[in-house]
Ligand binder design. Structure first.
Ligand code: LLP
Length: 438
């Protein structure tokens, strides 16, 4: 896992920092990101495009992990940014992210969100459905501004992944349907509009994908549509946004390809398809990786607490966090790997199951993992929690969201401070007491 190693003291080091020291300084649960890995991934994606001589944008899908510091890191690395709500947009603008490189997604952008984004002069709206197109065009006309748009289409591809994170199949809440003509209707409307500028097409087929076939099939479907649009409407896209979804290795069961391999396959397929469009300029290719940029850069540190042994059945080891900081095991049966970070060199000697501390039987972080004999106050490091961990954290059971630190070359910095009791009640208002008794 990236720049991890075991120190002479037997501790796990991440990005040159001793995890036991990080835990002592910042407390647990703690999200630790090795930012050199994020940079490496960001550069890896961009290098493929450069080597292939393609015009491109790599947009970080900030839903995977959203805070000002990670957006600033993305900016430093020359990435664009995909936001899906007014809140993510606000975070990006607060981080000083260049608006022209922000793309706004979502299947139900509110009028307020659209106005906010127009005012901020973001780079483009990824229009998800016909209703949104009408609303956007109306607001643009009313306020006298124009907007660049990508039309998100559903190519009808069934990627092999968990049902909840499938997005490209025909029966999906996302995108304009290609088969029944929604996409073409939307294009006709958009190219007739004086206030909308259609940059091109978008599609995203799903998440945690291990094969290139889904992407190349999606590209083939897109080009069938492009052929139709070119001949019937004289429209040819400047941009093809092919979404994200590149898988990562959570445990040994996962068999993703190298991140760059997906991109190379996409570029190859686009080049093949372009052969039947002589005289046309190859569209810019945009991608939107989230998980593959930040997933394996993140590790969560927990402190172990109580244990319950059911002889012959199972030993439960509880930690000081759980589904409130990582809901993925409970929601998707996601699997993770872990080690005892304070005794990382010791051999595994027992099988235990790691339980969260939330009041729910389903709050199990890891079933049946081999670890050295676990004691109270050991430090458990759970790997690959960088994507959809903190960003999906909640205050269930009034748990406080953990702190997040970035480490690089042995240097640690706090980028999200730990929530406090005061934070928990900050938005609460007391019950109004009636002075008259009944
Ligand atoms: N672009 C669009 C339009 C998306 O909907 C998504 C993810 C991405 C890009 C980034 O996908 P990625 O490269 O991260 O796979 N919470 C789930 C994942 C939900 C993905 C939602 N959309 C999980 O924890 O697995």
């Amino acid at each position: 896992y990236g720049t991890m190693n075991i120190g002479e003291n037997g501790h796990l080091y991440i990005g040159g920092a001793d995890t036991a020291e990080l835990a002592a300084q910042y407390g647990t649960p703690l999200y630790v990101y090795d930012t050199s890995l994020i940079r490496e991934r960001a550069r890896g994606f961009q290098n493929v495009f450069k080597e292939e001589g393609m015009r491109y944008q790599v947009a970080y899908a900030s839903k995977a992990f959203s805070c000002m510091a990670v957006m600033q890191l993305a900016e430093e690395e020359g990435l664009s940014l995909d936001v899906v709500s007014g809140g993510e947009l606000h975070t990006a603008l607060s981080a000083g992210f260049p608006p022209a490189r922000i793309h706004f997604h979502g299947n139900n952008k509110s009028e307020e969100e659209i106005r906010f984004a127009l005012k901020a002069e973001i780079g483009c709206f990824v229009v998800d459905n016909e209703d949104e197109l009408y609303l956007l065009e109306e607001i643009c006309r009313e306020t006298g501004v124009s907007a660049s748009v990508l039309l998100r289409v559903t190519p009808g591809i069934e990627a092999h992944t968990h049902d909840y994170i499938l997005t490209g199949q025909e029966d999906s809440k996302f995108g304009l349907d290609v088969q029944n003509g929604q996409a073409t209707r939307a294009l006709q409307k958009a190219i007739q509009s004086e206030v909308l500028h259609v940059l091109g097409i978008h599609c995203h087929i799903g998440s945690q994908i291990f094969e290139t076939a889904g992407f190349t099939m999606a590209i083939q479907t897109l080009f069938q549509l492009i052929k139709e649009w070119d001949s019937e409407l004289d429209y040819f896209p400047k941009v093809l946004n092919l979404g994200g979804g590149f898988g990562i290795r959570y445990t040994e069961e996962d068999t993703p390809l190298a991140p760059e391999t997906y991109v190379k396959a996409m570029i190859d397929e686009v080049k093949v398809q372009m052969k039947s469009f002589s005289g046309k300029t190859t569209p810019e290719i945009w991608i939107e990786p989230g998980r593959s940029l930040v997933g394996d850069a993140g590790t969560t540190l927990y402190k172990t607490g109580t244990q319950k042994d059911i002889p012959g059945i199972r030993r439960y080891v509880s930690i000081d966090g759980g589904m409130s900081d990582n809901i993925r095991p409970a929601l998707y049966q996601a699997k993770y790997d872990a080690v005892l970070a304070n005794r990382a060199a010791e051999k595994a000697s027992q099988e235990v199951s790691i339980a969260g501390k939330c009041c729910e039987s389903g709050d199990m972080l890891i079933w049946d993992i081999k670890l050295p004999e676990v004691r109270k106050d050991d430090l458990l490091a759970v790997f690959c929690t960088g994507a959809y961990g903190y960003s999906m954290a909640s205050n269930y059971n009034r748990m406080m969201k953990p702190a997040v630190v970035f480490v690089e070359n042995g240097d640690a910095q706090l980028v999200i401070r730990r929530e406090t009791f005061e934070d928990l009640t900050a938005q609460d208002l007391p019950l109004r007491r009636h002075s008259m008794s009944r």
